[in-house]
Design a protein around this ligand. Structure first.
Ligand SMILES: Nc1ncnc2c1ncn2[C@@H]1O[C@H](COP(=O)(O)OP(=O)(O)OP(=O)(O)O)[C@@H](O)[C@H]1O
Ligand code: NI
Length: 372
């Protein structure tokens, strides 16, 4: 079943005295129940804006979509009160920076207990006195059911000594522990979908691997779906069932992870794949895509990637087409409207690039070593 179904999402930030910022432009995104769906793309491609649109946390932005359904209900038709219920109970969000997302003056146990109470499936009295005590003497109601549930959740997310950790404040914990606390807090509302925006980006690789493992395991165990935002295709390969690739506000390609990795269709996806060790060409060099993404207000017509694409040709200034590569695997690239199996070379001059668009031909050979 499709849990989240977004069609043709556009998000624009009005800017006083400057051009508006069309951050997201025509994005389709489907997350199936229980799956881990990766949302990947370089910095500025619109991943976080898309994520926040799901929580309706985009103050001041103009949001439009042909469809924006969660479990078949239009999220943008809900009242703010109904939305508060959705946030936490149905959809929970995990951010990159737990230190700023968590309350600094409340023990982590209390914070998780609060989510559990808000969700309302623990039975405990909540009279004024206990409410005041809870609020001002944080961490002391260790006999309450919500507190016990908080400790349980800390244990669930792999924290050793959950009783002790529950009584600490966020700044007393390591970065990895704080991310785990935030995941525990997300699970406190028993959501069906977790939106995780680069949950491990700030951590070192071993801690990151442990947390990604844990997330994968938790989604499996609780049947929770996750939209996992990352700029790292290596993380997608390890963790995700399916993936949507974004570039400069648009979706370039989406499909099951195996389809995308075995048979990438869009030159942008092919370029990204060269930057992860397992997929890089056998000469051992890791290459990034030369150049950088345009600012939203300076995006070219048609395909936003065309100025960096080694296979760009004149049709690329037309609106993005949609090409079905395989069942569930779709790319938005003009090469495929010209015939199947186009030649895309990141290592030498491309026929189309050199014949049709002389402006890009020396980009096709430039590579940049990013890692050893
Ligand atoms: N509140 C805002 N006002 C104006 N522009 C914004 C605002 N928020 C985001 N943008 C712009 O929208 C575009 C998409 O930003 P977004 O944060 O979604 O990118 P991202 O893919 O999450 O990148 P990163 O990997 O760096 O987190 C960027 O050009 C950004 O500058
Ligand atoms: Ni982001």
């Amino acid at each position: 079943m499709t849990l989240l179904d977004i069609e043709n999402l556009a998000v624009t930030f009005p800017v006083q005295g400057g051009p508006d910022v069309p951050a997201v432009d025509g994005v389709d995104l489907q997350v199936e129940s229980g799956e881990i769906h990766g949302l990947v793309g370089e910095s500025g491609s619109g991943k976080s804006v898309t994520a926040r649109s799901i929580m309706r946390l985009l103050d001041g932005a103009e949001v439009s979509a042909d469809r924006f359904d969660y479990r078949g209900e239009d999220l943008y038709a809900k009242s703010e009160a109904e939305m508060r219920q959705v946030r936490g109970d149905d959809i929970a969000m995990v951010f990159q920076d737990a230190l700023s997302a968590l309350n600094p003056v409340m023990t982590v146990g209390e914070q998780i207990a609060e989510v559990v109470r808000h969700h309302g499936d623990v039975d405990e009295s909540a009279g004024l006195l206990s409410e005041l005590r809870r609020k001002y003497v944080t961490g002391t109601r260790t006999s309450a059911a919500s507190w016990r549930r908080a400790v349980e959740l800390l244990e669930t997310v792999g924290i050793a000594d959950p009783e002790d950790v529950a009584m600490t404040y966020p700044h007393q914990l390591s970065g990895g522990q704080r991310q785990r606390v935030m995941i525990a807090s997300a699970l406190g509302g028993d959501p069906d979908l977790i939106v995780a925006d680069e949950p491990t980006t700030a951590l070192d690789v071993t801690v990151e691997a442990g947390i990604l493992d844990e997330l994968q395991h938790l989604c499996d165990e609780f049947g929770v779906a996750m939209l996992l935002i990352t700029h790292d295709l290596g993380v997608v390969a390890e963790t995700c069932d399916s993936v949507t690739v974004m570039y400069s506000g648009s979706v370039m390609e989406h499909g099951r992870t195996d389809q995308l990795f075995e048979n990438p269709a869009h030159p942008y996806t092919k370029g990204l794949l060269r930057s992860i060790p397992e997929q890089a060409p056998s000469d051992g060099e890791l290459a990034t895509i030369p150049g950088s993404a345009p600012e939203p207000s300076e995006r070219p017509d048609g395909c936003p990637f065309r100025d960096r694409c080694p296979a760009a040709f004149d049709a690329c200034s037309d609106p993005l087409p949609e090409h079905v590569v395989d069942d569930g695997h779709v790319t938005r690239c003009h090469l495929y409207t010209e015939g199947d199996d186009p030649e895309v070379s990141w290592d030498g001059p491309t026929r189309r690039a050199s014949e049709v668009n002389g402006a890009v031909d020396d980009r096709t050979t430039a590579t940049e070593v990013t890692d050893g």
